[in-house]
Design a protein around this ligand. Structure first.
Ligand code: G6P
Length: 614
């Protein structure tokens, strides 16, 4: 979703801002813009529908000088993607410029009122009311720039991360947040801001995470000042970023998505590191150890998530129920938050989110907190909003995931859910020592098995070219591989724009079978452990209707292979680890089909990496 970058310091701002916007491209966006104050005090805005490259082309012959600026990538919510609706936005008298992430819910009422008072609006955005409202506070109440910001924000309902500059104060930048994240980088005599750490990391590792409903007054030659909306001062807590620049670069791969698929042997080890103790056959998660009593008393787990994380949550349900015998429900956070779910203080709600910023997941856990449930967060981004809003939890520790289509985060989430389930099972005594040791030993070698699957990349790339004609795909799986059918289909539709549906294989007879003909590729996850005989019958049913079978089979399989038009092998493993292996060829298949169709896999149309609006 929208990206924010800001700079004030001794360097030229424009190159830093443009590089920052490029680093934020992964979030998904449809327009880009920048505001700069030059040394003559002129505040200039350049913005355009399209990519950061289009913005660079637009400013080629323009004055982009100045040591202060704000820049934005917009993902349209209110008003179509267009030059005018792009950020930054000017205030009425062009003294102020603002960029914004989030949604201003009461913008219509504010806009009507401001129009009545003589203010003119250029765009259809919700954002423009904020900057007009700030100017209104300056005009009508004689407020200073510093005071006008909280005065205006006290009238705003909704979510925001925003940054504002004032052409009469070219050494100052004001930022504020509610609901959407904002990070301030503290350099030597310079400051940076970002909607996440990626635009900041190459300049400084010292950061301050702006808190909920806080305002940062960032001024050269002054200490960073933070207040809340009632002007109470807070001491900024400077933290050290534990992310490196190489982690957010492509490392020789043509796309972040491919790099991240190939990183999975390493990232899986990172998720287990320090937690898995093969010599003892045990798992230790500090989030569980520190809250042992609360977690062991759980009568039910509710996993709340969106998108790919929701699919990982489904596998988590199977894992936790199998190993601990405690019931688990998996909820789309967006549904959970808007119905009246029955939540009890004996429930433990697990928030599963790569970014830790998904608006619906955050709202769902806040609802659960009000009902007295205990909150456990599984996030990737350290210090993210969900990580901070939960009572305890654990990180997946896989470094930044840049590709919009989630890959390494998914396998890390499944692994972490397994560690969670096994650690609880160990304490509850619901698994035997022998069973536990077997699982721990097997998990340890899963990264090597992933590496072996990745060696088939070329073969999968060749095969993928066959399917560029397809308009529909069906994915089928049973048991632990049913969520993989869903995730495999999601990967394909996200990046290739081919319609794909995932189904539990036995449900095929209840509808999707009507779609099958000789045009229809059907991906069947038919590994030896997962109800093999039953899935074999499902394949026969597809064949009888001339469907074209692509199967994922266990190495050494003969029966399914004989019925398949194409097959991809994965090594044998315990059935609870099959999803971590069976998703790998499906990630590669989706990637290569999308490439063969000429798609922009890292920034697929209309999608955002982190959905920070509902
Ligand atoms: C977006 C992303 C997906 C992701 C989902 C949930 O839709 O494009 O890849 O799975 O959000 O994100 P989260 O950060 O909460 O896991």
């Amino acid at each position: 979703m929208c990206g924010i970058v800001g700079y004030v310091g001794h360097q030229q701002a424009y190159p830093i801002l443009i590089k920052g916007l490029s680093r934020l491209e992964y979030r998904g966006y449809d327009s880009a813009g920048v505001a700069l104050i030059n040394q003559d005090g002129l505040l200039q805005i350049y913005k355009t529908k399209g990519k950061v490259k289009d913005l660079e082309n637009q400013v080629k012959d323009k004055d982009v000088s100045g040591c202060i600026g704000i820049a934005h990538t917009r993902w349209a919510t209110h008003g179509e993607p267009s030059d005018i609706n792009s950020h930054p936005h000017f205030s009425e008298n062009h003294r102020l410029a603002l960029i914004h992430n989030g949604i201003i819910e009461n913008y219509q009422a504010l806009k009507t009122e401001l129009i009545r008072k003589g203010y003119h609006f250029q765009s259809q955005t919700d954002t423009e009311v904020v900057i007009q409202l700030i100017q209104y506070m300056m005009d009508s109440r004689d407020a200073s720039f510093d005071d006008a910001v909280p005065m205006a924000l006290n009238h705003v309902i909704g979510a925001y991360a925003l940054a504002i500059i004032d052409k009469t104060q070219p050494d100052k930048l004001i930022a504020a947040r509610k609901g959407s994240p904002l990070i301030i980088g503290v350099g030597e005599g310079e400051f940076f801001i970002g909607s996440d750490a990626t635009p900041i990391i190459e300049y400084t590792k010292k950061v301050v995470y702006l808190g909920e409903e806080q305002i940062a007054y960032i001024q050269l030659g002054h200490e960073l000042r933070i207040t809340d909306l009632t002007k109470i001062e807070y001491t900024p807590e400077v933290r050290e970023l534990d992310m490196s620049l190489s982690e957010i670069e492509k490392g020789g791969f043509p796309h972040f998505m491919l790099k991240e698929i190939f990183e999975q042997p390493r990232t899986l080890r990172a998720s287990m590191q320090g937690r898995l103790h093969p010599e003892l056959g045990t798992v230790k998660l500090s989030g569980i150890i520190d809250n042992r009593d609360r977690l062991l008393q759980a009568k039910r787990f509710i996993i709340c998530a969106c998108g790919t994380s929701w699919h990982a949550g489904l596998i988590g349900k199977y894992l936790i129920e199998e190993l601990t015998r405690i019931p688990v429900e998996v909820e789309y956070a967006s549904e959970f938050r808007y119905r009246r779910p029955a939540i009890f203080p004996t429930d433990v709600v697990i928030a599963l989110s790569q970014s830790g910023e998904t608006a619906d997941t955050l709202a769902a856990i806040n609802l659960a907190k009000e009902a007295g449930a205990f909150l456990f967060g599984i996030c990737n981004v350290v210090g993210s909003s969900i990580a901070r809003a939960t009572d305890t939890g654990c990180y997946t520790h896989i470094g930044p995931e840049i590709g919009v289509a989630s890959t390494k985060a998914f396998t890390a989430q499944v692994t972490t859910l397994f560690l969670f389930a096994l650690s609880l099972a160990e304490q509850l005594g619901t698994v035997t020592d022998e069973h536990r040791a077997r699982l721990v030993n097997e998990l340890q070698i899963i990264p090597d098995k992933i590496a072996a699957i990745l060696e088939h990349d070329k073969e999968i790339a060749d095969m993928a070219k066959t399917f560029t004609y397809a308009r529909n795909f069906l994915y089928l799986g049973r048991g632990y591989n049913y969520p993989i059918a869903l995730e495999g289909a999601l990967k394909l539709k996200e990046i290739s724009y081919i319609h794909a549906e995932g189904y539990p294989a036995a449900e095929m007879k209840h509808g999707p079978i009507a779609l099958i003909d000789e045009e229809m590729p059907v991906v069947v996850i038919a590994t030896r452990r997962g109800n093999y005989d039953k899935i074999l019958s499902n394949i026969q049913e597809v064949k009888a209707r001339k469907g074209r079978i692509i199967s994922i089979v266990t190495e050494g399989d003969t029966d399914v292979k004989a019925l398949s038009d194409w097959h991809l092998e994965i090594p044998d493993t315990e059935d609870c680890f099959e999803p971590i292996l069976s998703i790998i060829p499906l990630q590669l298949l989706a990637y290569h089909i999308a490439i063969a169709k000429g798609r922009d896999v890292d920034q697929p149309r209309n999608l955002a990496k982190s959905v920070t609006v509902e």
